[in-house]
Design a protein around this ligand. Structure first.
Ligand code: ADP
Ligand code: MG
Ligand code: MG
Ligand code: MG
Length: 402
């Protein structure tokens, strides 16, 4: 039976779940016993956690508008893409995402495992939790999904239909293109920043070297469908509990350059470092960045040795007579990811400092002069990444210390 979309209330969540026997059984008891709690904290969607006598679920529904701005209308289909992403993430990187339970295409509701007692990595980083463990795990997560979803592991007959499927996620791809890669680099009403940063923003927006780098990154983003990306891999899309790590919120998923996911994650470590409360913490976060890239690159190259799957690209097949050449081309591919990563990291740092959706990392700094100084540090670093891209992680780290 087709139902009509309506925005869920806590009572609506109860009725919705009661209509699905497997979910009702998972929760146990009677619907009246279920505790429904809204935990929405992102910009776009409603999220509820539901606990029954026997179990729990997380219910996510898209709204016909941006959650934090009802005037900004938006189609509902983003949870459908998140559901598609989640099913692939479960397959390619098992154990790194909440379990997929159900997608209702009429109500645009995704039901997944409830991550009890997990907090976002952003919150954990703000409380000085370990950053190296999660970075190692996220590196492995990105590697696995990127490699497995790409033509490195799949034949074009299998991969290209998925490229076509995710190519329809245009609403959120548009948001990324505008909010991350465009608006912050011109005069745009969605931008905002502390007045102390006026000069910095002027300099950034009027620098031809930065404009050129962004012109190129825009092309990489839209015309380089290397692999299935998460698309919004900031520290609020990672949840942690002790040493456990799960990635959530894949609604921005698309086929794109692998360095985009890497860059977003890295940028959020840079922002956390700029906002850190102590020098020890700054050192720790810089170390986490190195752990992330070394984990990613080691894993990526080793998948070529260990993964049973071989796709159409960079496989031994046609060019098996040239093993060292093939090895060099794989290194070249990885270097391309590194270049993309530092570029997209810079764009993310900039947009999270002067663009529409900024990060909470700096909120604890009540003195605006101090806050502006920390944000300037991040902006300046991002500027150097775009003007003069580092060629290696060592160079990146040296630049971070300057
Ligand atoms: P949005 O797309 O609106 O950003 P998210 O998917 O990021 O929504 O979820 C918003 C918040 O809900 C997260 O920051 C997290 O606190 C909580 N949350 C999301 N998914 C789960 C889950 N599976 N288990 C527990 N909490 C979750
Ligand atoms: Mg989110
Ligand atoms: Mg969130
Ligand atoms: Mg989201």
């Amino acid at each position: 039976m087709k139902r009509h979309y309506e925005t869920l209330t806590p009572e609506g969540v109860r009725l919705f779940l009661a209509g699905y026997e497997t979910l009702a059984v998972r929760l146990g008891g009677k619907p009246a016993q279920w505790n429904v709690r809204e935990v929405s904290d992102g910009n776009l969607n409603l999220v509820f956690l539901v606990h029954g006598p026997d179990g729990s679920v997380c219910v996510k529904q898209s709204l016909p508008h941006v959650r934090v701005d009802p005037e900004w209308r938006m189609p509902l289909d983003r949870t459908a893409f998140e559901a598609e992403w989640l099913r692939r993430a479960e397959r390619f990187a098992p154990g790194h995402v909440p379990e997929f339970l159900l997608f209702d295409p009429d109500m645009f509701v995704l039901v997944m495992e409830c991550l009890d007692d997990f907090v976002t990595l952003r919150q954990a980083l703000g409380e000085d939790a370990d950053a190296t463990g999660p970075s190692r795990i996220i590196a492995e997560f990105v590697t696995r999904i990127a490699f497995s979803s790409s033509l490195l592991a799949g034949r074009l007959e299998d991969v290209m239909p998925d490229m076509a499927l995710f190519a329809h996620n245009t609403t959120l791809t548009r948001i990324t293109f505008d909010l991350v890669l465009s608006d912050p680099f011109c005069v745009h009403p969605r931008n905002h920043w502390l007045s102390e940063l006026d000069q910095d923003v002027m300099a950034l927006q009027n620098d031809p070297a930065i404009a050129r780098a962004m012109i190129r990154l825009q092309q990489r983003f839209l015309t380089c469908p290397q692999a299935l990306l998460h698309g919004d891999l900031h520290s609020g899309s990672v949840m942690v509990r002790g040493e456990q790590v799960r990635v959530i919120d894949g609604e921005f998923s698309l086929y794109g350059p692998i360095g985009f996911d890497c860059g977003l994650y890295l940028a959020n470590l840079v922002l956390a470092r700029a906002a850190a409360r102590s020098d020890e913490r700054r050192t720790h976060l810089a170390e986490a960045m190195e752990v992330f890239w070394s984990g990613f690159s080691t894993h990526f190259l080793s998948l070529w040795q260990t993964c049973a799957l071989r796709g159409d690209l960079l496989a031994e097949g046609t060019f098996a007579a040239f093993p060292s050449l093939l090895h060099a081309e794989r290194e070249h591919y990885l270097n391309g990811i590194f270049q993309d990563m530092t570029g997209f990291a810079a764009a993310e740092i900039i947009r999270r400092t002067i663009g529409y959706a900024q990060v909470a990392d700096f909120d604890h700094l009540s003195d605006t002069t101090e806050k502006a100084a920390r944000q300037r540090e991040a902006l300046t670093f991002a500027g150097t990444l775009l003007r003069n891209p580092p060629l290696s992680m060592t160079e990146f780290s040296v630049r971070l210390e300057d």
